[in-house]
Design a protein around this ligand. Structure first.
Ligand code: SF4
Ligand code: SF4
Length: 158
């Protein structure tokens, strides 16, 4: 089975927290629980008048890679709402190549393996959505267990 993850290019993250808010709303997480947080590294002085100050988004153990959305061919909600376009969803093997090509990135693999959506995302001009080109969906025990813990209904298989 292909392992999916998120690649986050924090060099260009603005710290707007749209990913934090939309993830929380999408999953209806209660107060004190998040699927992703934005941490700060800095500010500290590298040299005179030059500072290091990074905003680093990091998914939490509650991140399920938006299983409901990705199982129907949609991208994760944090990817969809990141105005800086710094979050990429996809197979870890592909993301690792992008990670190797540029510094200041974080590659994330969740503890819960989600419903798996296979196929590259393509733009669908008729629906204004990005859909998986060749969608095959499967699910595993971890996704079911997590959905049960949250009290979700099962995602219909397509
Ligand atoms: S992929 Fe979904 S669950 Fe994971 S951090 Fe992004 S919005 Fe939250
Ligand atoms: S939505 Fe994008 S730019 Fe804003 S905090 Fe999240 S990763 Fe950074």
């Amino acid at each position: 089975m292909t392992t999916y993850g998120l690649l986050i290019d924090y060099e260009y993250c603005t710290g707007c927290e749209s990913c934090v808010v939309t993830c929380k709303e999408e999953h209806d997480y209660p107060v004190g629980k998040w699927g992703i947080r934005v941490f700060e590294d800095g500010p500290w002085e590298i040299e005179e008048h030059r500072f290091n100050f990074n905003k680093i988004p990091v998914p939490t153990d509650l991140c399920d890679l938006c299983a409901k959305r990705t199982s129907t061919g949609r991208e994760p909600i944090c990817v969809h709402h990141c105005l800086a376009n710094v979050i990429t969803y996809g197979p870890v093997e592909e993301l690792a190549k992008k990670l190797d090509a540029k510094s200041k990135q974080v590659l994330w693999v969740p503890q819960f393996k989600p419903y798996e959506a296979k196929g590259a995302f393509v733009h669908d001009p008729n629906k204004g959505l990005r859909k998986a080109a060749h969608l095959e969906v499967s699910e595993n025990e971890s996704a079911e267990r997590m959905a049960a813990q949250r009290g979700d209904h099962r995602v219909e298989e397509i």
